[in-house]
Design a protein around this ligand. Structure first.
Ligand SMILES: [Zn+2]
Length: 65
C-alpha cells in the first residue's frame, strides 16, 4: 500500500496517508484541522543503490584416503 504525502492548505500541515491505490484519487483529510482542502504532493523517486557483488563458492568435502 503506497504512502501519499499531502499538504493542508488551511494549516499548512504536511502529513502522509497510507491509502490503497483505488483510493488515491480521493481527497485525504488533514489530521490537524480536519480540513479536506489538501493537496497531494508529488513524491520523487530517489536513486536506489542496490546490488551487491559477491562470489559464492563452496567446497565439496570428500574423504580420501
Ligand atoms: Zn490542516
Amino acid at each position: 500500500m503506497p504512502i501519499y504525502e499531502y499538504i493542508c492548505h488551511k494549516c499548512s500541515e504536511a502529513f502522509t496517508a497510507l491509502r490503497p491505490v483505488h483510493m488515491r484519487a480521493e481527497d485525504a483529510q488533514c489530521p490537524m484541522c480536519g480540513s479536506e482542502d489538501v493537496r497531494k504532493k508529488l513524491s520523487s523517486f530517489s536513486s536506489l543503490s542496490s546490488g551487491s557483488v559477491g562470489s559464492s563458492g563452496y567446497f565439496s568435502g570428500g574423504g580420501g584416503g
